[in-house]
Design a binder for this molecule. Structure first.
Ligand SMILES: *[C@@H]1O[C@H](CO)[C@@H](O)[C@H](O)[C@H]1NC(C)=O
Ligand SMILES: *[C@@H]1O[C@H](CO)[C@@H](O)[C@H](O)[C@H]1NC(C)=O
Length: 223
């Protein structure tokens, strides 16, 4: 019995190890409705409060800006990255937009403190291994490592306030369970352009440290 479980686990592990960076067809994701390609993941476990997901290593194009509020930095960050994919790179090529767009949000920031906001676009599969160099020295590449994340999803518009409310709800639940995760920052994750009005999908992520803690299964008797 134990042996069979072990072998199944090993087969699963080998399968995971042979998969390329998981940037794939958006048709495989429920959230990416406006781009051809999307960041894909393996669901580890879930309940109504949160999901645990596993992400393969991926390469992103990134820029950062100091600001008092996320909203003040967003336009600058987005324009810089958009210029890169719109041809401001050494090869002069246009690169497809993907989803999601992620922003790192420092946790220990008071209202009146400047904080560094980092925005990243996921490079499409065609540019994962050798993306053209940016011409703007404020634009650079980052490698997201193989990681597990705790995820809470929400609708509507992603703002620093909504991201803070959602990350507080998630961190409270994780702390109650004694889950371990990186408390220095969370990712604010957006899947939709401002043009999309209905069924918007956003997420907050905390990076798991150690073994991920799966949420307790829902109690079917409680309503
Ligand atoms: C993505 O999947 C859809 C539906 O399965 C298919 O029509 C489309 O050609 C695929 N796109 C790419 C780039 O593979
Ligand atoms: C994108 O590049 C094209 C030229 O290829 C240019 O006409 C257009 O204004 C650029 N868009 C933005 C938003 O910079």
């Amino acid at each position: 019995m134990c042996k069979r479980v072990f072998l199944a686990g090993l087969a699963g592990l080998l399968l995971v190890l042979t998969v390329e960076a998981r940037v794939g067809n958006s048709s495989e994701s429920g959230f990416c409705t406006e781009t051809k390609e999307c960041l894909l993941y393996d669901l580890v476990c879930e309940n109504e409060g949160y999901e645990v997901r596993h992400y393969e290593p991926t390469k992103w194009v990134t820029t950062e800006q100091d600001s008092y509020f996320m909203e003040m930095a967003l336009g600058t960050l987005f324009r810089r990255l958009f210029k890169y994919i719109n041809g401001s790179n050494e090869a002069g090529v246009k690169i497809d937009m993907t989803a999601p767009v992620i922003i790192t949000m420092q946790e220990k920031k008071s209202m009146w403190q400047v904080s560094t906001y980092t925005m990243s676009f996921l490079l499409p599969s065609a540019h994962q291994s050798a993306p053209p160099k940016p011409t703007d020295d404020k634009v650079f590449f980052t490698d997201m490592p193989d990681m597990n994340v705790y995820v809470r999803s929400y609708g509507g518009w992603m703002m620093s306030l909504s991201s803070k409310i959602q990350s507080n709800l998630l961190s409270k639940e994780l702390d109650n369970l004694g889950a371990t995760y990186n408390k220095d920052f969370h990712y604010a994750v957006g899947y939709d352009s401002p043009m999309k009005i209905l069924n918007r999908h956003n997420e907050v992520w905390y990076v798991v440290e150690g073994e991920p803690m799966c949420p307790a299964p829902e109690d079917p008797t409680s309503f």
